[in-house]
Design a protein around this ligand. Sequence first.
Ligand SMILES: [Zn+2]
Length: 83
Amino acid sequence: MAEDRRLVETHGCIVCGRLHSLLVVYSPHQALIGCAVTSPGGHRVFDPDRPLVACDAHPAAAIEAAYLRYQMAAGQEEADEDE
Ligand SMILES: [Zn+2]
């Protein structure tokens, strides 16, 4: 059956690693369609490919810096797969 899949996943805050629950929706081809943070005190950090979360308590600049580090780390992991 080609249906969207809804999963409850646990992801660590990209700044401090605190765990948050997310409701994540994937297409039948494993593409990320959307996600929502279901635990209090967290919010989604927008990324087109992955569900990311950060605590509400962190300043925007800290979240932005953590997200840049995350992108760099993810880019290095995927470099081998692209070629
Ligand atoms: Zn945090």
